[in-house]
Design a protein around this ligand. Structure first.
Ligand code: DGT
Ligand code: CA
Ligand code: CA
Ligand code: ZN
Length: 576
């Protein structure tokens, strides 16, 4: 992830929205949107590029490249500031509602004079939206839902990927300071939760002052919330809070255990301590009577003294891990290094940003033993896929496959599960793919019964090996579809269809709780990046973290399997 690229992406996306909302040229808005995405996914830091360099990025023409350079040099783009000024702030706020596009926001502004979220709420309640063209009861429901999501997203939690970027930079900086014996992040980030409230960084050192001061002086520190000898808290320019605690090296293990949490897990471990005549705090494990320290230097020692094996942080959610540990029954969790290949990825043949050759080279560099290319199928009309195009791609894939000795390429597709559970292309055509992923990309608002039947029909299709991003949720933006997932999980188990754990940090779909439930039904899983650019392949780590939170082992995850076993699953003893 290149930070500057993300900033430019957000800026250009905002400009696209502003153009659309101020009634500007729709074609121009779309052009900025495409450029925004291309820059966001570009592997080279844009701050290192000049206008000709920028123009080599797909969808970036001269005028966009010049605006990017203007922004990188001056921190602003004159024409974007002007457009911003033309659109009332309240209307700009409307675009932020996840279920309301700029077009509808513009209609609301022009027809009803709405200039704030509060006015919009009032208008919905007064049923003033119903008479507008293109609005209906459904739209009202969606808008109310979108406003609720917006306010929920205002709870200040951020995506794990954004928190991880900050945490890795800070631990990198602090590790370089003299006297640093250890440095890592703890809290929800170490547990790999899907969203993060604040980042907790720990340092083991004799003297705390140099670390505390360094944190307050980082270039992206916008505000110092508290500055002390034990704890310092700052807020970054993006509004993320970071808590730094410096521990005496002898207390490292106890401190790491305490500040990793979760609170529920810590309550369990403290209760075990008490039962054993001990007292557990962030400073160590002590004999309750003599006050003497019995363990503190490493987490392993602390857990061992409590009669527990070391418990991997993603399990520390008070979901039975302590009891399982006491029984010697903890799962041997799948690890990122176990994953042998990615089974859901895109190229620029559809909506990806990188070429097939670049994606394949990036996959090979990750040391994969196999890699599937699964571009979108034609029912997603925007992608303009055709039989001819996908067959031409297959030839390219087969040719590249001969060049990559260590890595086998699989040619697949990501099908669209239609409203009735049908998918793109006739069965005979599907039979020629090495692998079919199938996902819901439309008609999210069907009845629970219809959605359930639709997913089950997809499971029952012998050509479909994996259901992609099963609930379709987008964290902070769109809730998952309302299906009876227990029935879907049972169908997956019965038909030998794997469920995806989509590793994109905005999806993480299935999520941890659903994984636990699906596993109880006997379902297998595939942890996939759904990469649309070479820079997205490393997102896999968040999918693996989520799989770990769902207690999965290697055997549960089909893309840790050797290729022969995987192929057997894909073709299926189960399939006719
Ligand atoms: P977050 O920041 O909301 O994503 O979640 P956490 O788990 O990182 O929570 P945070 O930052 O408030 O605290 C980090 C860890 O420190 C937490 O998981 C457990 C521990 N901790 C903090 N405050 C307390 C407390 O009052 N009691 C207990 N038992 N543990 C605490
Ligand atoms: Ca935290
Ligand atoms: Ca904290
Ligand atoms: Zn996809």
């Amino acid at each position: 992830m290149v930070r500057a690229n993300e900033e430019v992406e957000a800026l250009l996306q905002e400009y696209a929205d502003l153009i659309a909302i101020s009634g500007g040229d729709a074609f121009k808005a779309r052009a900025y949107e495409k450029a925004a995405r291309a820059i966001g996914g570009h592997p080279v830091d844009v701050t290192r590029l000049d206008v000709p360099g920028l123009r080599k990025i797909p969808h970036v023409g001269a005028s966009i490249a010049e605006k990017v350079v203007e922004y990188l040099h001056t921190g602003r783009v004159a024409v974007i500031e002007e457009t911003r000024a033309e659109v009332p702030a309240g209307v700009r706020e409307l675009i932020a509602i996840p279920t309301l596009g700029p077009k509808k926001a513009m209609v609301l502004h022009e027809e009803l004079g709405i200039t704030s979220v509060d006015q919009l709420l009032a208008a919905v309640h007064a049923e003033r939206l119903r008479d507008l063209k293109g609005f209906g009861e459904r739209t009202e429901e969606n808008i109310l839902h979108g406003i609720a999501l917006l306010q929920k997203a205002g709870d200040g939690r951020i995506l794990i990927s954004a928190a991880m970027d900050v945490a890795e930079q800070i631990t990198g900086e602090l590790s370089g300071i003299a006297g640093c014996e250890r440095c890592t992040y703890a809290g929800s980030l170490r547990r790999m939760r899907e969203t993060i409230g604040d980042v907790d960084v720990l340092v083991a050192a004799e003297r705390s002052a140099p670390f505390m001061t360094a944190l307050t002086e980082l270039p992206y520190t916008a505000e110092v919330i508290a500055h002390g000898a034990k704890k310092t808290s700052i807020r970054t320019t993006k509004g993320l809070q970071v808590d730094l605690r410096v521990l005496p090296p002898a207390s490292w293990g106890a401190g790491l255990q305490y500040f990793t949490g979760s609170k529920g897990h810590n309550i369990r471990t403290r209760a075990i301590a008490v039962r054993n005549g001990l007292k557990l705090s962030e400073y160590g494990l002590f004999d309750a009577e003599s006050g003497e320290s019995v363990a503190s230097e490493t987490e392993e020692a602390v857990y061992a003294r409590l009669g527990l094996p070391w418990i991997p942080p993603p399990l520390r959610e008070d979901r039975g891990e302590v009891a399982a540990g006491l029984r010697g029954d903890l799962p041997e969790l799948v690890a990122e290094g176990d994953v042998r290949g990615d089974l859901h990825t895109h190229t620029d043949l559809t909506d990806g940003l990188s070429s097939l050759a670049d994606m394949v080279a990036a996959a090979a560099a990750r040391g994969y033993a196999y890699y599937a290319v699964t571009d979108h199928a034609p029912d997603l009309a925007m992608q303009r896929m055709t039989e001819a195009k996908v067959l031409a791609q297959r030839d390219e894939v087969r040719a590249l496959d001969r060049k990559h000795r260590g890595m086998r390429l699989l040619h697949g597709t990501e099908l669209n599960i239609g409203p009735d559970g049908d998918v793109d292309w006739p069965d005979a055509f599907l039979a020629e793919f090495d692998l079919c992923v199938a996902s819901v990309h439309s008609h999210f608002n069907q009845s629970r019964q219809a959605l359930t039947r639709r997913l089950i029909r997809a499971c029952e299709n012998p050509r479909i090996a994996i259901i992609g991003h099963p609930t379709t949720r987008l964290i902070g933006k769109r809730p998952g579809i309302d299906a009876d997932f227990d029935a879907v999980f049972a169908a997956c188990a019965r038909t030998g269809t794997a469920l995806e754990i989509n590793a994109h940090p905005e999806r993480l779909d299935l999520r941890d709780e659903d994984i636990l439930r699906a596993k109880r039904h006997g379902v297998k899983f595939a942890v996939n990046s759904d990469a649309h650019a070479t820079t997205h392949l490393p997102y896999l780590r968040y999918g693996v973290g989520t799989a770990q939170r769902g207690w999965l082992t290697k055997d549960d995850v089909i893309n840790t399997w050797p290729l022969t076993r995987l192929r057997r699953f894909l073709r299926g003893g189960r399939r006719p």
